[in-house]
Write a protein that binds this ligand. Sequence first.
Ligand SMILES: Cc1cc2nc3c(=O)[nH]c(=O)nc-3n(C[C@H](O)[C@H](O)[C@H](O)COP(=O)(O)OP(=O)(O)OC[C@H]3O[C@@H](n4cnc5c(N)ncnc54)[C@H](O)[C@@H]3O)c2cc1C
Length: 380
Amino acid sequence: MNFGLTSEQEAMLHHVRTLLDDVCPMAYAARCDEAQKPPREAFDALARNGWLGLIAPEEYGGAGGTPTDLALLLEETGNHFEELGLWLFRNFTYGCYAVLKHGTEEQKRRIVPGTVKGELSFAFALTEPDSGSDAAALRTRAVADGDDFIINGRKQFTSGMDIADYALVALRTNDLGKKQLGISTFLVPTKTPGIEVRRIPTLGQHAIGTTEVTFTNVRVSRIALLGKLDEGWSICEDTLRYERLCLSAARIGAARRAFEFALDYAKTRHQFGKPIGSFQVTQHKFADMKVMLDTAQTMIRRYAWLMENNQAQRADTAVIKYYIGESYKTISDMCLQILGGYGYCMEYPMQRFFRDSRLATIGGGTSEIQKNIIAATLGL
Ligand SMILES: Cc1cc2nc3c(=O)[nH]c(=O)nc-3n(C[C@H](O)[C@H](O)[C@H](O)COP(=O)(O)OP(=O)(O)OC[C@H]3O[C@@H](n4cnc5c(N)ncnc54)[C@H](O)[C@@H]3O)c2cc1C
């Protein structure tokens, strides 16, 4: 395994970084967060420059990039604005990866080119009010009606639903004893009559955030079905694995930005006649954070390599999701402490990292569930 980047990857990083420095500086991210406004201008700039097609094959208008390329792009995007990274991740995971891997040719041709151009956005609706960690216990139902299905029920925490064109929705289509059986996944157009979306006020993730979605007699055509009827749970699991690569990459980028901001601050803020970075207790905080960041980056590169070589196991995904989520949370907390009272002020950016990072150990599967998965693979 080679840890170095190819010259194409170096050039890609340079291009993305320069573009994002221009269209997504920290002040822009702060404005989007404060105004609760999606970073549309930055998203459109990435689309115009072809980045939203990174992983799609050339025949669908994409660049045929690898999981390592994707991790690099999302890390850099997350470094500028985590929520922009998460918007991209949803499109890559549900609008490209899931459709390309599990969709029919008709679905690929109908959806992927629009995703690549940034004309379509996506959400994932798995969680329900009574099924979070126990996601397979979901109850929202799709019942066949001729060539259509009728959906009734409620989804909780469907992020980005209010800016999405399609939601990948996991639905109960049959009762077959075991809860993982009888689930199907549908690509539901979000403007279908009978869908009601309510934004949920949250601690962080204010620019795009999350929603509650109610389905009342929502009629979708059979062509919305992704994969085989009643066999959607394996698609959910597969998609969650891909999601955890993307989320983790974006979060390393965000953690690195909090670290860099605090480092600059520690070098210039003076107390007792010295920079606060000259106190050993502060230096040790930075040393601990540097170890976490380096470990996280090595883990993500390794995981992307495993994916490229079809060797990624369930526990590998849980390991990165757990470690990187916890590290991001710890790093943003330490950085806030380094800024002292200014870390606590809304006029400084650290509070946004602190608020946003709190989700990293919850969304996409809690840290406890990741540890359960890891332990189960140890035969416990
Ligand atoms: C801002 C936000 C965005 C989100 N975005 C999406 C999205 O886009 N799509 C989507 O489908 N979902 C999304 N989620 C849902 C998220 O994945 C769930 O919140 C998460 O999986 C936990 O489910 P829960 O909140 O119902 O908590 P619960 O499952 O009720 O868990 C509560 C606590 O109990 C612990 N616990 C539960 N079971 C076990 C166990 N077996 N062993 C040990 N501990 C356990 C949990 O770790 C947690 O600490 C989002 C959530 C938030 C807050």
